[in-house]
Design a binder for this molecule. Structure first.
Ligand code: SAM
Length: 297
C-alpha cells in the first residue's frame, strides 16, 4: 500500500484524513503540529482546523521538496536555524485586519483615553506616552493609532514622546507593515481626509504610508507566549485585538496577567469585540465591552 494514503479512511461517513494535493496529515502528524503550534505560539488548533492546516502548509511543504508530512516534520525537528518554525507560523497565523477596525474603540481612545492619560502625564510634567499594538499583523491597527494620535496632539505632537510599539509573530505580516504599501481595496476604510494627509498614491491601485508616520512606529517580531516580557517600562495602552481568539482560556488568562503587569496604573487594555475576559479571572476593571482599565490613578 502507498504509505501516504494508508491513513485515509471513511468510517461512518467521517473522513479521517485529508488528502490535499497528495499530501496527507495523519492523526499523529496533526497532533505533532498541533502540539508544536500550541507550545510555541499559544495557538489552539482544534480538530476542525485540520484541513485548513493542510491547505495552508501543503504548497510550502511541496516547495521544500517533501512528499510527506512526516518528512517535513522530521525536518522541522532538526532545523537548528528555526527558520522552518518561522515559515510555519507565517502560514498558520491568521493575519486578517483592516484600517479603523472596530471604530468604536478608536472613538473611545481619542475622546476619553488620550485626554485622560495626557492630562495626568502633563500634571507630572511627563511627556512620554507608551502604546503597544500587540498582534499588529500587517500594520493597519498601528498606522490607524498613530494617525489618530497625530490628529489628537496636532501641533504639540513633536513635544511628546508618543510613538508606538507594534509586534507580531509573523515575519510576513511584519514585512508588509514595514513596507507600508497597501492595495487600493485595503485602504477603503480610511476616511478620505486621513488618506489624503497620511498616504500617497504610488500607482493605479497602491497607496504608500507617509514615511513620517512610519517613523513613529517600531515594528518588531515578538512572541506573546514569552513568559517574561522584556520591556523596561509599562505601557499606558495595550491593544491586543483579535489575537486571543486563537488561544484557549488558560493561555488567554496567563497573557492578560502579563499584560496587566506591564500596564501603567490607570492604563488601558483593548481586546477584540468578539473576545471577552472572565470577570472573576480578570485583574483589570471592566470599562465597556472589550475595554479594560488598570486601577490606580
Ligand atoms: C487577526 S490578526 C489581528 C490584527 C489586529 N490586531 C486586528 O485586530 O485587526 C491576529 C494576529 O495575531 C498574531 N499572533 C498570533 N499568535 C501570536 C503570538 N503568539 N505572538 C504574537 N503574535 C501572535 C498573528 O500573527 C496575527 O497577525
Amino acid at each position: 500500500m502507498n504509505q501516504s494514503f494508508e491513513n485515509i479512511g471513511n468510517i461512518g461517513g467521517m473522513v479521517l484524513n485529508e488528502p490535499i494535493g497528495g499530501l496527507v496529515i495523519g492523526d499523529a502528524e496533526f497532533e505533532t503540529i498541533r502540539h508544536l503550534i500550541y507550545e510555541q505560539f499559544g495557538i489552539n488548533l482544534t480538530e476542525q482546523k485540520r484541513s485548513l492546516v493542510a491547505g495552508r502548509l501543503q504548497k510550502m511543504i511541496r516547495g521544500m521538496g517533501f512528499t510527506r508530512f512526516s518528512e517535513y516534520l522530521a525536518h522541522l525537528e532538526t532545523d537548528a536555524s528555526k527558520q522552518s518554525l518561522r515559515d510555519l507560523i507565517n502560514r498558520i497565523s491568521t493575519n486578517h485586519t483592516f484600517f479603523f477596525r472596530e471604530t468604536a474603540h478608536f472613538d473611545y481612545f481619542c475622546q476619553t483615553v488620550l485626554p485622560e492619560l495626557t492630562g495626568r502625564l502633563k500634571q507630572r510634567n511627563a511627556r512620554d506616552l507608551r502604546i503597544w499594538s500587540a498582534g499588529c499583523s500587517s500594520g493597519e491597527e498601528a498606522y490607524t493609532l498613530v494617525m489618530l494620535m497625530k490628529e489628537f496632539f496636532g501641533m504639540d505632537y513633536g513635544q511628546w514622546d508618543a510613538g508606538l510599539l507594534a509586534t507580531d509573530i509573523s515575519t510576513d505580516a511584519l514585512a508588509t507593515a514595514l513596507n507600508g504599501i497597501y492595495p487600493e481595496e485595503r485602504t477603503s476604510m480610511i476616511p478620505s481626509n486621513f488618506k489624503s494627509r497620511y498616504f500617497k498614491k504610488i500607482s493605479e491601485d497602491r497607496w504608500a504610508v507617509d514615511p513620517a508616520l512610519k517613523r513613529e512606529i517600531i515594528f518588531r517580531r515578538f512572541n506573546l507566549m514569552t513568559k517574561t516580557f522584556p520591556f523596561k517600562q509599562p505601557f499606558h495602552v495595550i491593544f491586543c485585538r483579535n489575537v486571543m481568539i486563537y488561544f484557549d482560556q488558560p493561555t488567554r488568562e496567563a497573557l492578560v496577567q502579563r499584560f496587566f503587569e506591564f500596564t501603567a496604573p490607570g492604563g488601558y487594555l483593548f481586546i477584540g469585540h468578539s473576545e471577552s475576559l472572565r470577570r472573576d479571572a480578570c485583574p483589570y476593571d471592566y470599562v465597556m465591552p472589550a475595554v479594560y482599565r488598570k486601577r490606580g490613578e
